[in-house]
Ligand binder design. Structure first.
Ligand code: FRU
Length: 536
């Protein structure tokens, strides 16, 4: 983590005029003033403008169906909540620079979790500190008293105020359906006089008729649980940890319920973000499966499981108030080891496609595992690149052109021989490539390689990721999302996931070559589609 000096001040509770890239009508209204403020700000910070020759949202590395802010730096998803027909996506945002700092809550909404509308900053940095990660809830019964005259209540944000000497938990409420927030006069609602105490995740726990907060004591490697009936007064309930991978610190805890596939039951999952100190290096999310009784989380076993075998999946948060109760998660596709250096411009930071979470008992291993299923992108499908089954023989690659598109998805079930291998090379015209591979030798490995790319070099931007995944019938199911500079690989319905950024300097990928080694590979029910841009 970093500590930054506060270099600009805006009035809390007012819509920030520094946000330069709303695609609503606010844009035209505020743009001249926003530009002037940005110009003034650039005297003390680096100046960020659109990339010459490229319209916003069509720069070479710009994902086309993943969310990213138009400009400047984004990290954790915050305040994920469904309210009045819209999914709100708040996020850690520096509205002035391409590195972390001036942390504020950026904002976008979506009716379908696919198409996003950028909105003005919802909670700007305060004179007293930066607005760090937190969550948002719908206070429909006005438990807080903030919504006396508003039928149906409204949104309350609970976040960390990061100050030079300490981190405290604050609340703020919105009287305009989440566009802007008013600070609660009694803040902070939790203050341990501790410089490392952050990232509250709050949700309504119906059986106990109260709100529950999970919040990190990062350097103690603990998650603390608090309870409240009004979101203002919080009492300590219990502590979890140290447990699992401790790393340097715990961040962004998240406690939620998921269905156990095929059983009609639910289980509780506690996710803890570690940074740095992931086995792969830097940042990662680990999780524990167990029970929450309204006071304490008790894991079923001592096992810390990892949500991803890549390096670009961090600070995952689940949505509150989803109509059917589903656990829908969004993660940040980067790693603190190099996120402030990656070559994207004029923005840094991308979020995963939202994923629906469930638990599955794994037949080949002990215990249950989280299954991550990306929401369907069928509405974005444009050209069908392949639809059918085929055999790929050694020496005769299957070539699939994406017809000039660098945003596509494919799904298939592969069956290979015991000593066989399949490399799916996803490449550009200059031969830069990322590879998704299955190695039936070595007890079944799935791997992702991003080393054959020239856009970014950094000692921590490591190239190769793999996991063990074997099924008795030698079949492996793959669902792969490719989007110019990001890749999401879901193995066996998402029981294993690799989330990866990659940077091809000579143009984004537009072709796939499927190469078998040692023995033929049956490619069953391959469906491959180009995906339309959500930005144009
Ligand atoms: C995680 C994190 C949080 C913190 C936020 C600051 O990436 O370090 O612990 O609240 O980012 O931007």
């Amino acid at each position: 983590m970093y500590v930054t000096r506060i270099r600009h001040r805006v009035t809390f509770g007012c819509r920030s005029l520094l946000e330069p890239h709303s695609n609503t009508s606010m844009k035209t209204k505020y743009l001249p003033l926003a530009s002037a403020l940005l110009l003034a700000a650039s005297a003390v910070t680096q100046s960020v403008t659109a990339q010459p020759g490229f319209p916003l949202y069509n720069e070479p590395y710009r994902p086309q169906y993943h969310f990213s802010p138009a400009m400047h730096f984004m990290n954790d998803p915050n305040g994920l909540v469904f309210f009045k027909g819209l999914y709100h996506l708040y996020y850690q945002y520096n509205p002035l620079e391409l590195v972390a700092g001036h942390q504020s809550w950026g904002h976008a909404t979506s009716p379908d979790l696919i198409h996003w509308t950028n909105l003005p900053i919802a909670i700007p940095e305060m004179p007293t500190g930066q607005i760090f990660t937190g969550s948002a809830v719908v206070d429909s019964n006005n438990t807080s008293g903030f919504f006396g005259h508003v039928p149906g209540g409204g949104l309350v944000a609970i976040y960390t105020l990061n100050q030079p000497a300490k981190e405290v938990q604050n609340v703020a409420y919105s009287l305009d359906d989440g566009t802007s927030y008013i600070e609660y006069k009694g803040n902070p609602v939790l203050d341990l006089q501790n410089p490392n105490f952050r990232d509250p995740k709050v949700f309504w726990y119906a059986p106990g008729n109260r709100w529950i907060m999970a919040v990190a004591l990062p350097r103690d490697h603990q998650v603390l649980f608090y309870g409240s009936t009004d979101l203002k007064n919080w009492s300590f309930l219990s502590a979890f940890g140290p447990a699992g991978y401790e790393g340097f610190q715990y961040e962004c805890p998240n406690l939620f319920q998921v269905p156990v596939q095929g059983s009609g039951e639910t289980k509780w999952v506690l996710v803890v973000a570690i940074n740095p100190g992931a086995p792969q290096g830097g940042s990662m999310n680990e999780y524990f499966i167990g029970n929450f009784d309204g006071t304490a989380f008790t894991p079923d076993d001592g096992v810390a499981r990892l949500m991803d075998f890549g390096k670009d999946f961090y600070a995952v948060q689940t949505y509150n108030n989803v109509p059917n109760g589903a656990a829908i998660a969004v993660g940040w596709m980067s790693n603190w080891q190099y996120t402030q250096l990656v070559p994207t411009f004029p923005w840094r930071g991308v979020f995963t496609v939202p994923r629906v979470l469930s638990l599955r008992q794994n037949p080949t291993q002990t215990g249950a595992f989280l299954v991550q299923t990306p929401i369907s992108l069928a509405s974005l499908r444009d050209k069908t690149l392949f639809n059918g089954s085929t055999m790929v023989n050694p020496g005769t690659p299957l070539t699939i052109s994406s017809q000039g598109n660098s945003s596509f998805e494919f799904r298939t079930t592969l069956v290979g021989g015991d000593a066989g291998r399949l490399d799916i090379n996803i490449l550009n015209a200059a031969g830069e490539e990322v590879t998704v591979g299955v190695d039936w030798d070595n007890n079944g490995q799935v791997y992702v390689q991003r080393g054959n790319t020239t856009g970014f070099s950094n000692r921590y931007f490591t190239n190769d990721f793999s996991t063990q995944e074997s099924n008795l019938d030698n079949s492996i199911e793959l669902h792969v999302l490719v989007d110019r500079s990001v890749l999401e690989v879901f193995v066996d319905d998402g029981i294993q996931v690799c989330t990866t950024s990659f940077f091809m300097a000579k143009g984004p990928p537009t072709e796939m070559q499927w190469q078998a080694t040692n023995s033929p590979v049956l490619v069953q029910s391959l469906e491959a589609y180009t995906l339309k841009s959500i930005w144009r």
